[in-house]
Design a protein around this ligand. Structure first.
Ligand code: ADP
Ligand code: ASP
Ligand code: MG
Length: 466
């Protein structure tokens, strides 16, 4: 039994007693064949509920804290009661975790503030609740399991809300804590989403971060494979909620999966693949609602036929344009300063496009980062704007990002033209275009109200559907 499989169960796979039973049975079946460690998300919608509670706490709304904490307790205690013959000890644990959450929320209420570190500590409680419940259920069903708070395993930097793991330190902790459990046949059940800094301050890895937690653990423990259990049959040619004939891909490369995730395909957290690249650990994306479906295998490389493989989109983005007011100003310098201003506030550039004559350029960022980005740009260019060397920044929030992805797109003549024609045929204007030198992805920025239509048009034009 030297093989180790790390499995991750997402929010819907942990969303009810029925779903937890299935997740536990997948785990215990696999535990008969190999060593297994699992990583669990909070029950679906719980992280949203926790975050919403904290926002209400900051604004002084005590009643909502009480109502939401009662909901949290009720949902988890009922789930424990539905699963366990003797739910008492787990229900006590649920009360204790809910009280811990409420204490943090009450603190925010008093302060009228929401310190990022406390937010991270509080929202990880969703995952701690599910880890507690499923570990107890596994044990009661005869598969010894232990809930582990990832704050004692995943060591991260101090970027609250979007932390990055420090792999060497994580590897040491994961092995010293989990290898003894695995050796005695126990299943470690680690919370997804969270971690802690070297000096123990709680952090989280960003929304949807449990995929990332699982890949961090798989890399730290040198797992043979990582299986990500979700609510669709695998990675598809498009979001099935948007495109009815989207089809499951049997295999995709790390690079394709990363591009899709980065450009909005929610099925994977964008940073999931990074820890696995070095050791080439394969990942499966599988459906816990349809065990008969084989899923998608994500592998380091593939022989692929020419053409695109999938299309994805992202709303909630904003396009910012920066333009020197005269040709006497170095466009390169302006661009460097603007990028630096983005870096200072840790904003991510989703796509970037420039035109050389007027030296103007534009970049796309997440809409929720717009206020801090604009402030940082204003600070960086305060003098130039005052003296009229740089034009006021233009912001377009009525846009969306599209990405057409495929390793087989390299060197295929005419593909970009077909994509643009398909979008234009729908009467949707293309605002910006970018294609990296890897030719793995073509990015298009289009008007927001045409985004879904454009995804469908490209999917059809590239004949990606079933
Ligand atoms: P989990 O809670 O298991 O982490 P998520 O909701 O985060 O699951 O991700 C799964 C969802 O991702 C699917 O229900 C699907 O609607 C969406 N999705 C978006 N793009 C794709 C794609 N290309 N392939 C598969 N699913 C996609
Ligand atoms: N529960 C967290 C979230 O909703 C992490 C995850 O589910 O992956 O963002
Ligand atoms: Mg997810």
């Amino acid at each position: 039994m030297s093989q180790l499989i790390v499995m991750k169960f997402g929010g819907t796979s942990m969303g009810s007693a029925e779903r937890i039973k299935i997740a536990a049975s997948i785990t215990s079946e696999q535990a008969k064949k190999s060593r297994v460690a699992i990583v669990v998300s909070a029950m679906s919608k719980v992280t949203d509920l926790l975050l919403d509670t904290l926002r209400h706490a900051e604004s002084g709304d005590k009643a909502t804290i009480e109502k939401n904490v009662a909901n949290l307790c009720e949902r988890h205690k009922q789930t424990a009661a539905d699963l366990l013959a003797d739910p008492g000890p787990v229900q006590d644990g649920i009360d204790a975790l809910a009280a811990e959450f409420e204490r943090i929320a009450q603190g925010m209420l008093l302060l009228g503030d929401r310190p990022p570190r406390s937010v991270d500590e509080a929202i990880a409680i969703g995952e701690r609740l599910t880890a507690l419940i499923i570990a107890a259920y596994l044990a009661e069903q005869g598969t010894p399991a232990q809930a582990i708070n990832a704050a004692s395993v995943v060591v991260t930097d101090g970027v609250f809300g979007n932390a990055t793991p420090i792999m060497e330190a994580t590897r040491a902790k994961a092995n010293s804590l989990m290898q003894p459990l695995l050796a005695q046949g126990d299943v470690p059940v680690m919370t997804g989403f969270n971690g802690a800094t070297v000096d123990g301050k709680p952090t989280t890895l960003g929304r949807g971060g449990s995929d990332f937690s699982a890949s961090i653990l798989a890399a730290a423990l040198d797992a043979s494979e990582l299986w990500i259990w979700t609510d669709v049959d695998g990675i598809m040619t498009a979001d099935p909620r948007l495109v009815k004939d989207a089809k499951v891909l049997d295999e995709v490369t790390y690079a394709e999966a990363a591009e899709l995730a980065y450009n909005g395909a929610k099925v994977l957290h964008p940073r999931t693949l990074a820890p696995l690249v070095e050791k080439k650990i394969p990942v499966w994306s599988k459906n816990s609602f349809n065990l008969a479906a084989p899923g998608t295998k994500i592998v380091p490389s593939l022989e692929e036929p020419p053409g695109a493989r999938a299309v994805t989109s992202m709303a909630n983005v904003a396009l910012v344009s920066v333009e020197p007011a005269s040709g006497a100003i170095s466009g390169t310098r302006v661009m460097a300063r603007a990028i630096d201003a983005l870096d200072i506030v840790g904003a991510e550039v989703l796509t970037l496009s420039s035109s050389s004559y007027r030296q103007s350029f534009c970049f796309l960022i997440r809409k929720d980062e717009l206020p801090v980005v604009l402030k940082s740009l204003q600070d960086a260019f305060a003098l130039e704007i005052e003296h009229g060397y740089v034009n006021p920044f233009l912001v377009d929030e009525n846009v969306g990002l599209l990405a057409v992805v495929g390793e087989g797109m390299r060197g295929v003549a005419g593909l970009a033209g077909r994509v643009f024609t398909a979008v234009s045929r729908e009467g949707i204007s293309i605002i910006a275009i970018a294609q990296g030198s890897s030719e793995l992805t073509i990015n298009l920025v289009v008007s927001r109200d045409g985004l879904e239509k454009a995804v469908k048009a490209i999917h059809a034009e590239c004949q990606l559907g079933a």
